[in-house]
Structures are given as structure tokens and as C-alpha cells.
Design a binder for this molecule. Structure first.
Ligand code: PLP
Length: 409
């Protein structure tokens, strides 16, 4: 990284944002661009917490969650391994100098060209959950080390289920393991993904029990397994509905019960949102404003410089009163008005926050939305509909991180 804004230890979120705005306004007085403020220390702090509460589990960061090159390179530098789902993701991780053996190719339904890429690049740990996948792997990458992805229970509360189309049913475990063995393929372990945004950590206990049963089935078939991949799903945002250490505590107990260290099984995970959700804050400006006056009642429409085609994709579709942008500066008055907040494109449905109550805002006022580092930021990689610019990443970090990671002379 060539440049990052270095902050002081006691700077809060707003101070960091203000420092960036000051710096950019010096260059251009009409600096009114949306940007992502990315805090590298936040990412590093997540790793520290992981190592404290899940020391036995080796994290493989799920690249799809945010493939910002600076975030990837910091994680690689810190010794985190990676979970890739496509050849583009594998190429970007290998390009950082990460060893192919430190990548898990976790997608259980891969296209043949990507399997060929993995074989040539030496990425050989990969997931499957059907016989058709085994046939592809057999013909293209026959020496791959395979993880059978099993379905978790759907009884527990998670934000987004990933197991409708992925993961095999319990009664398919035996036939799939037998088929792999019959084809001379090398199954080395079991994986699962309990869903993204785990609200009830007991889903992990249940899934680890299921994995243990799958290990037993494998052993009956004379297949010796040595890897357990517990997937991702951990919240990473601030003010999450459940704390990481609570979920990690349940996982540790379940691992102790079913996979104690003496069993010699290597435990890995594929956390995505956990590492990045809270590192990025989207900072926006009011670029337009309209007033609707109905008798004495006033209602405001504001236009901001992002869009539902960008950061405000599906993740934000529930625009509730609790989900509204924060103001960078204290409002000019405490009076609030019914307001709606719109995106910058000409599309009729480009609404960001439907019914909020905001103080009156002016053109050029700054707003921010926290916790956009996971999917909102990475899904915002599509084109720029209407030719609108996308928010630029702006990196901030402490002096310690800057010294230890970026100026190594
Ligand atoms: C999306 C995904 C992840 C990351 O999930 P998070 O909920 O962001 O932790 C990990 N593994 C697989 C297979 C995924 O599809």
C-alpha cells in the first residue's frame, strides 16, 4: 500500500472520517465523493480475537466476502489462509505469494475450466456434494483431496441459508463416500457451512455432531478422514446479535467432545464476513434535495451518491427506521422530518432508505453507514449503471500497523 491515512490511538470513527475529508478537501474544494473508509486495524483485531477464542481452528478467509487487494494482502501477511470459489479468486490469492496448499477450493459445484486451473496451480483441497461433481473431478483433477460437504440442520436461526442447493443430505453421505472410493478418489474430510450470519450458535454443535457421524461412516468404509472444515457464518459487524466469543465457546466445547486434539483431525474454517464486515464504513454526501409541502407538514427527499445497484444492493433492502444513515456532524436543529433517501441513478426503484426521520439536511452534508465491509462492498463490483462513479476505497490505519506492515525498510 502506497498511502493510508494514519490515525491517532484515541481517534473515533467520526474523527477518522473527518481526517479523510479534510485531506481530500485540501486537494479539491468540491470533494463530495462517496468513499469507503477501510480500517486495517479492524481486520487485524479480528484475527487476534479469532486466535484467542478458536486457537485450534485455522481460518481460511472467504475471498468472495470482500476481495479488496489491500485487505487480502494484509490477511496473507498475517498468515491467514484462503477459501476460494473460482479461478479468478485463486489467481488473485496465488498472486500474493500464498502457497496453493493454503487454499481451500470450497465451492461444491465447480466449472470444469476452474477445476483444470486448480489442478495446474496445485490447489488440491476441494469440496464436493454430489456424484456428478466426483465425475468431473475424476476426469480433471483425480489426485485432489476432497471434502464432502454435508447439510447442516435448518432448525436454527441464521440470516442467510446457504444449504438449500449446497451440501448433501445425511442419507447420501454413505453412497457418496462409497462412490468416491469406488472411483479411486481421495476423500480427506468433511465440510459444512451452517449459513451466513449465525444467530443461534447451537447450529455449530449440531453440525459438528453430524460431521462426527460422517467420519464414522467413512471409517466403516475404510476411508480415513483427517480434516474437518467448519465453514463460515460468524457475524463481523459491530453490535451483532450474538458475540463471536459466545459462538466460539460453543464450537470449542463441541470440538472437545467430538474431535479432541488427540484424535489428530486438522480443523479449518472459512470465515468471510467475520473478518471484514466492520472494517469498512460507507461515507456519502447529499447531492440533491427536494421539499414536499403539504399544508404545514413538510417532507424531504434527499439524493445520495450511491445506489441500489451499488453498495445498497439486496442486503439493505429492508429500509427500516432502525436502518438509516448516521450524520457526520451534529444536526443544525433537533427537529426531524419524514424523509426518504434516494440513490443517484434515474431508476424509479433506486431508493436507499424509505421512511426515515431525519433532521433537515443540506447539499454537501456528509452521512455514513457502518459495517458495509462484507457483502455490500464486494457485490458493488458490477458496472456503474448510469455512468455513476463507485465509492473509492480510502485506507486508514494506526502508526503501529503502518510500521509493521507497510514500511518494512
Ligand atoms: C460465502 C461462503 C463462506 C463465507 O461465509 P460467511 O458467512 O461470510 O462467513 C464460506 N464458505 C463458503 C462455501 C461460502 O459459500
Amino acid at each position: 500500500m502506497d498511502s493510508a491515512l494514519l490515525y491517532e490511538d484515541d481517534d473515533g470513527l467520526k474523527d477518522k472520517i473527518n481526517r479523510i475529508i479534510e485531506q481530500e478537501t485540501e486537494k479539491d474544494e468540491y470533494f463530495e465523493e462517496a468513499f469507503f473508509m477501510i480500517d486495517m486495524d479492524d481486520v487485524k483485531g479480528k484475527l487476534k480475537q479469532w486466535r484467542k477464542y478458536l486457537p485450534r481452528v485455522k481460518p481460511h478467509y472467504a475471498v468472495k466476502c470482500n476481495n479488496d487487494p489491500q485487505i487480502l494482502s494484509l490477511l496473507a501477511d498475517l498468515g491467514v489462509y484462503f477459501d476460494c470459489a473460482s479461478r479468478n479468486e485463486m489467481a488473485s490469492i496465488l498472486g500474493l505469494g500464498v502457497e496453493p496448499c493454503n487454499i481451500v477450493y470450497s465451492h461444491s459445484v465447480k466449472c470444469r475450466r476452474d477445476i483444470r486451473y486448480a489442478a495446474a496451480a496445485g490447489v488440491d483441497l476441494m469440496a464436493f456434494d454430489s456424484e456428478h461433481e466426483l465425475i468431473k473431478i475424476k476426469s480433471i483433477h483425480p489426485h485432489a483431496r476432497l471434502l464432502l460437504r454435508i447439510k447442516p440442520s435448518d432448525k436454527y436461526d441464521v440470516q442467510y441459508r446457504l444449504s438449500i442447493q449446497y451440501g448433501c443430505e445425511q442419507h447420501h453421505i454413505r453412497p457418496l463416500l462409497a462412490a468416491a472410493k469406488g472411483m479411486g478418489l481421495n476423500v480427506v474430510g468433511i465440510s459444512f457451512h451452517v449459513g451466513s450470519g449465525v444467530v443461534d450458535g447451537r447450529v455449530f454443535i449440531d453440525a459438528i455432531e453430524r460431521a462426527d457421524r460422517a467420519f464414522a461412516i467413512a471409517s466403516e468404509l475404510d476411508i480415513s478422514l483427517s480434516v474437518l472444515d467448519i465453514g463460515g457464518g460468524f457475524f463481523g459487524k459491530t453490535r451483532a446479535p450474538v458475540e463471536f466469543k459466545e459462538v466460539a465457546g460453543l464450537i470449542s466445547i463441541a470440538l472437545e467432545d467430538h474431535f479432541p486434539a488427540k484424535r489428530g483431525v486438522r480443523i479449518i474454517a472459512e470465515p468471510g464476513r467475520y473478518f471484514v464486515a466492520s472494517c469498512a464504513t460507507l461515507v456519502l454526501t447529499v447531492i440533491g434535495k427536494k421539499v414536499i409541502q403539504d399544508g404545514v407538514a413538510k417532507e424531504f427527499l434527499y439524493f445520495l451518491n450511491d445506489t441500489v445497484f451499488g453498495t445498497f444492493n439486496a442486503v439493505f433492502s429492508k429500509c427500516t427506521a432502525a436502518n438509516q444513515p448516521s450524520l457526520l456532524k451534529a444536526p443544525r436543529s433537533d427537529v426531524t422530518f419524514k424523509s426518504s433517501v434516494w440513490g443517484q441513478t434515474c431508476a424509479g426503484h433506486d431508493i436507499l432508505f424509505k421512511e426515515c426521520h431525519l433532521p433537515e439536511l443540506e447539499i454537501g452534508d456528509w452521512l455514513f453507514v457502518e459495517n458495509v465491509g462484507a457483502y455490500p462492498m464486494s457485490i458493488n463490483k458490477g458496472g456503474s449503471f448510469n455512468g455513476m462513479p463507485q465509492p473509492t476505497p480510502m485506507y486508514v490505519c494506526s502508526k503501529q500497523i503502518w510500521k509493521s506492515h507497510y514500511c518494512k525498510t
